[in-house]
Design a protein around this ligand. Structure first.
Ligand code: SOE
Length: 406
């Protein structure tokens, strides 16, 4: 990435952004919108215009802290504003479809957090709205941010360049432990009407998308088990657990205890359109694992291995090398020639979680300025949604489960 500005900093048009939601995702997206223009040479100047939230006092405080010019409790106001061109949806899955479709119909570009929706039907409606909007030059992107961790972007390039040959195995895990304590409150991520599913949709969706992104193939079938280990939890309070807000009123009961209606863990096998076998594990019960996203690909010519807990590294085994010296070697993905990293610090100084969102913002601004379809698209999000639904259907079908005799 060139350090010399290609665009005149003063003559660039503004890109007014309106954001819905200001919790964990809202905070990291705000950080991205605030910092992206300082580090990347953008053709448009993002401006943080209005943030929407449910509670007036909380959203006003969030606006002041996160750098938004104004706040509102009615997201529809964002659609009526001529100075807002992009709606960034960081709210829970239950409202994604309604907001995204209304925004696209109002002519606003949309960035929507993952998973795209809570059901395939909603995701299909969103993908249809995105296709119709694209005809009018209005663009939609789903926020699978891990694609833009530089080591994973580089991994995709190595696979696309054929350095791994034919991919035979994908081994993906996303492990967290933030709800191991049964007294952890029933936050919205644990309620089906709000989140769609549990660990499966929240973190499993990321590794499904990454498997498809890295291989360039699609998942064609799954065989799954899911489990809910803790069924009852105290009702939540705002701000507890992965930046959560309390679950909605329908989730609770008079005694202050609510029911968990999503999976705590999901494990599944899959086949890909490229002929690979894949295994996936997503759980919030892996004690000691905080945000352990790891993925390994084994191909006929080599392998790649990535672990988010050392996210600046990519491990590469080139099987074409002589056996005596071949083996996994660590690539420190911080060189100016690596994806995105030239915009940041000198080699070896490392990036973090938040940078993947800044890169996402950067690529979306470029796409809007040039009128190109941003990736991942709503169609990509829909495919992930269909995999999530297939996992749930498979897990619910006990006829495929073979008990062990004795
Ligand atoms: C957002 O992209 C997200 O999936 C969160 O919803 C998860 O809870 C987080 O831990 C990883 O990022």
């Amino acid at each position: 990435m060139s350090s010399l500005p290609q665009h005149s900093r003063t003559a660039r048009p503004p890109l007014g952004v309106g954001m819905v939601g200001h919790s964990f995702m809202g905070r990291v997206h705000s950080h991205a919108w605030r910092s992206v223009d300082a580090f990347f040479d953008l053709p448009m100047r993002p401006e943080l215009r209005v943030v929407a939230g449910r509670d007036a006092a909380r959203v006003e405080a969030a606006a002041a802290r996160l750098g938004w010019a104004e706040s509102t409790t009615d997201w529809r106001e964002l659609l009526d504003r001529d100075d807002i061109a992009l709606i960034d949806i960081c709210a829970q899955g239950s409202v994604h479809a309604e907001i995204a479709i209304a925004a696209l119909e109002a002519g606003k570009h949309v960035l929507c957090e993952k998973p795209l929706a809570n059901t395939p039907a909603e995701a299909e409606a969103m993908a249809r709205a995105a296709a119709a909007a694209a005809e009018r030059g209005v663009l939609a992107m789903v926020g699978f941010n891990y694609r833009r961790v530089p080591a994973l972007t580089l991994a995709r390039t190595l696979v696309a360049d054929g350095r791994l040959g034919t991919i035979r195995h994908v081994r993906a895990r996303y492990l967290q432990d933030w709800i191991v304590d049964p007294e952890h409150p029933l936050v919205w991520r644990l309620v089906r009407e709000e989140a769609g599913s549990g660990a499966l949709g929240d973190i499993g969706a990321h590794i499904i998308d990454l498997a498809e992104f890295l291989t360039g193939d699609h998942i064609t079938g799954v065989s799954a088990v899911t489990e809910t280990f803790v069924h009852k939890r105290p009702l939540g309070t705002a701000g507890s657990g992965i930046g959560a807000q309390a679950a909605g009123p329908t989730s609770g009961s008079a005694d202050g205890i609510g029911t968990v209606t999503v999976d705590d863990a999901a494990i599944f096998l899959a086949r890909t359109s490229g002929g690979a076998l894949a295994t996936f594990e997503a759980t919030r019960f892996a004690t000691g694992r905080k945000n352990a996203l790891s993925i390994e690909l084994n191909g006929s010519r080599g392998s790649l291995s990535f672990d988010f807990e050392a996210m600046n590294d990519l491990w590469f085994h080139d099987h074409d090398e002589p056996a005596a010296t071949a083996g996994f070697r660590r690539i420190t993905v911080t060189e100016p020639t690596h994806p995105y990293t030239g915009a940041w610090w000198p080699p070896g100084h490392g990036l973090g979680y938040e940078h993947s969102f800044t890169h996402q913002a950067r690529d979306l601004v470029e796409a809007i300025a040039t009128g190109t379809t941003p990736q991942p698209s709503f169609d990509d999000g829909l495919r992930v949604q269909r995999v999530l639904a297939a996992v749930e259907a498979s897990a619910a079908d006990s006829s495929r489960w073979t008990p062990v005799d004795g």
